[in-house]
Design a protein around this ligand. Structure first.
Ligand code: ADP
Ligand code: ZN
Ligand code: ZN
Length: 771
């Protein structure tokens, strides 16, 4: 019995098979479905499909009372002959969807583990692992192709054939690819009549084959510039040492092992990955490299393409057909290196020798819909099952990985210095509680403005980071009796004023409205607009630096395909003086001429109600600080904050990862949260707040009744964001020293308490967000 993530479908119960006396005979297939119920249903394989059905294929089978044909995933085949199953209740497999199988045994095992660990169904995981483009065979078409039957081959020269006919048969026998009638006519320079004649004689047979339609040529990733990715003349001493430590693992001598590569920004981690991968591909094995989606830039891709001949890149704006083609290529062993975001951890490599995760601390490696897996943790399991090394790299490792390296679960390698003896940039704090912003200014303090001027005058470039979109971040009623903030009607958040579009927009649900003439709550007073987003920051910057080229990069300006890359290319080429934007600009960039980075407001992530708020703030500031001083000129970072004394900001200022860890770990330990304990979060949502709360209370009560001393329950309570898109949200947290007791408890209880209709339950094991 599995966990129900949504409502229990009653008709599936019909399918439960009972062991009875007689048993059914034949061959059987275990099939799972993309539904919340974690159950393997057994079907009989009819005689004519017997040799063809294999685990890892999709099958069409009848499901439910109505026996509607449904696609499921075959996870096992039993042809031992007899199954302890009531023969009257067993249904037959209708057909095979894919041949050959989409999923190999290793991936079946891995997906089963994911379903168990993340408390969802095997079918849901399998469905998420296979890209949509593969499932619907995008970019392919079924063609009628011609083949020469087995019994005719080898004796065509003994047959009484015309020259034309002989030529047709030779063309067919010589071709390595399937040919249509039109292809053959062209190559053999004959008419369709010749082929029809041969078919009548039985010398040619027509078959139906799925063939790729001619697609676009390989997506280009821009021109290759000289410096990108070319191997350095010499590795640094630290890189050499890192590779020496990795050597036995890369040579396949030590089996599974996870290595945390803790290297400051600019210490040359990527070069270590590249060299490590070279050793693995030299042995004919493949490597998977995961990077955060926003780091999947042409620049990153080029570094891999320069060093390896066959690199498959799986990014989110591939078309279904492209994704399908890459997937097949990988499955056929055609890629040495697979580079991609989160889901590339499921790449169907056949001879995997190494997994690398860059920026392993990034929360985007966790998927926030079912299956809610964390690619880093899946990677650990995939690597250990495959008996291969896994390298996790970061300048600011997650506290989970850090602790694993402390207790010996992971091995740790440190790159403490930047390449080429460059220093880490000097980071200055601007305390906004003492230095007031100039009048009419919401973003740039005088100190920051001066520093910008200095940097620009010396021909340096400037990056300004502000992690909020829009112009004003809130609208507040001016009536002192009212003081209401204008909220989205469907969500529990303030609306953001977007000046360019002249709309108030909800960043959670996208709802828009025009500026109300008066406060909608008291209907009398005017609204005051406040807070600063990137749009306003751009305007202030233009007012002060009008003679400079300024570009803004956020999801409002970067809508068009490739616009992101275009701006980065301009910036890199020195055609832009000031680049400002959201965290889009904070990561993965490597610009030698940036001499000043300004963090406009370091506090945006500090006060969110999440136990990782401090860690996120530290990472953001530390990562941004790493964007500067990469070239020959020293760089400088200025951070504006109201809380200069908090550890997250003070330690980031001093590039003191260990200091931050030392201040943060005791707090985590005190509250029993990661890395010292595990958390599972249950979020129920629905349109009727009472119902949602009542359901979660009932569930909590049932969980408490089990009195498992190892598991602590917190809540239920309203979630920090109480309403999204007219759905009220309540949450419940389970905490325990290990994940297992919580998984066992939930697996036992949740199926007994399925949410009522209209309420939806999400179970999030190891959540990265608690909003
Ligand atoms: P990280 O990933 O740790 O931030 P990178 O791998 O991006 O660092 O390296 C930073 C810069 O140093 C890159 O421009 C890279 O090409 C360069 N680099 C890396 N290793 C060496 C080396 N051994 N010699 C010279 N330059 C190097
Ligand atoms: Zn909304
Ligand atoms: Zn009001």
């Amino acid at each position: 019995m599995g966990i129900v993530n949504g409502r229990r479908g009653s008709d599936e119960r019909q399918e439960v098979l009972f062991a009875t006396g007689g048993g059914a005979e034949g061959a059987f297939a275990g099939v799972v479905f993309n539904r919340p119920i974690d159950q393997v249903l057994t079907y009989r394989i009819p005689e004519h499909l017997r040799a063809l059905v294999r685990p890892g294929q999709r099958l069409t089978v009848p499901l439910g009372k109505s026996n509607s044909p449904t696609i499921g995933y075959c996870v096992e085949v039993d042809d031992s002959g007899i199954l302890q199953i009531d023969p009257r209740r067993i249904k037959d497999v209708v057909g095979i969807v894919d041949d050959p199988p989409l999923i190999d045994d290793a991936m079946l095992g891995l997906t089963r583990w994911i379903a168990d660990y993340y408390l969802c169904s095997w079918g849901q995981v399998l469905d998420a692992v296979v890209p949509a483009g593969v499932k619907n065979a995008s970019g392919t078409r079924v063609w009628t192709c011609l083949v020469v039957p087995e019994e005719v081959r080898g004796k065509i020269h003994d047959l009484p054939l015309s020259t034309k006919q002989l030529r047709v048969l030779e063309v067919l026998l010589r071709s390595e690819e399937a040919l249509t009638t039109a292809d053959v006519c062209r190559r053999a320079e004959c008419a369709a009549g010749t082929i029809a004649g041969l078919r009548r004689k039985g010398l040619i047979r027509a078959i139906r084959r799925r063939i790729a339609t001619p697609g676009d040529p390989e997506d280009s990733s821009g021109s290759i510039s000289e410096s990108d990715g070319a191997p350095p003349a010499e590795l640094t001493a630290e890189q050499t040492e890192a590779l020496r430590v990795l050597e036995p693992a890369l040579a396949g001598k030590t089996g599974y092992g996870t290595i945390l590569l803790h290297g400051v920004t600019g210490s040359g981690k990527t070069e270590v990955y590249l060299s490590a991968i070279e050793q693995v591909t030299a042995r004919g094995l493949e490597a998977i490299v995961l990077v955060p989606e926003i780091s999947l830039t042409p620049q990153t891709i080029r570094r891999f393409r320069r060093r390896f001949e066959r690199v498959a890149v799986l990014h989110s704006h591939l078309t279904d057909a492209e994704r399908h083609r890459h997937w097949r290529e990988i499955a056929d062993g055609g890629a040495q290196v697979v580079v991609g975001a989160r889901s590339a951890i499921f790449a169907p490599t056949r001879r995997l020798g190494l997994i690398v995760i860059d920026e392993e601390h990034e929360s985007s490696f966790k998927q926030d819909v079912t299956p809610r897996y964390h690619a880093r943790d899946v990677a650990v399991v995939r690597a250990s099952r495959a008996g291969i090394p896994l390298i996790l790299g970061s300048a600011t490792p997650s506290l989970e990985s850090w602790r694993n390296s402390e207790i010996g679960k992971y091995r740790r390698i440190t790159l403490a210095n930047r390449v080429g003896g460059r220093g880490l940039p000097e980071v200055g704090l601007i305390d906004l509680s003492t230095e007031k912003l100039p009048k009419g200014c919401l973003g740039l303090s005088l100190t920051l403005q001066e520093a910008m001027r200095e940097a620009l005058d010396a021909d340096g470039q400037v990056i300004l980071l502000l992690n909020r979109r829009g112009y004003h971040t809130f609208a507040l009623c001016s009536n002192p009796e009212c003081r209401q903030v204008l909220h989205c009607e469907s969500c529990d958040v303030a609306m953001t004023w977007h000046r360019e579009r002249a709309r108030l927009i909800c960043h959670l649900c996208g709802a828009e409205r025009s500026k109300p003439p008066a406060c909608p709550a008291c209907r009398s007073s005017k609204l005051i607009y406040g807070g600063i987003g990137t749009e306003r920051l751009e305007r202030e910057t233009r007012e002060m630096f009008g003679d400079r080229v300024i570009r803004r990069m956020d999801s409002d300006t970067m809508r068009g395909h490739g616009s992101h890359e275009r701006v980065l290319a301009e910036f890199r080429a020195g055609k832009v003086d000031i680049l400002l934007g959201t965290q889009m600009i904070a990561k993965g960039l490597d610009f030698p001429n940036v001499t000043l980075v300004g963090v406009v407001n370091a506090d945006t992530s500090l006060h969110i109600p999440d136990f990782r708020a401090a860690e996120r703030t530290f990472q953001l500031v530390a990562q941004v600080a790493g964007r500067t001083g990469r070239g020959d000129r020293p760089g400088r970072v200025l951070v504006q904050t109201f809380s200069p004394q908090v550890a997250a900001i003070d330690c980031a200022r001093r590039h003191d990862y260990l200091g931050f860890v030392a201040s943060e770990l005791p707090e985590r330990e005190m509250f029993g949260v990661p890395p010292f304990g595990r958390v599972v979060r249950l979020v129920a949502r629905g349109e009727a707040a009472d119902e949602v709360r009542r359901y979660l209370e009932e569930l909590a009560e049932a969980l408490r009744l089990r009195e498992d001393p190892r598991v602590r329950l917190l809540g239920p309570a309203a979630a920090p964001v109480e309403k999204i898109q007219d759905h009220y949200r309540f949450h419940l947290q389970l905490r325990s020293a290990a994940a297992k007791p919580m998984q066992e408890l939930l697996r036992a209880v949740v199926p007994e308490y399925p949410p009522p209709s209209g309420v939806d339950l999400a179970i999030d094991v190891d959540p990265v967000s608690t909003l």
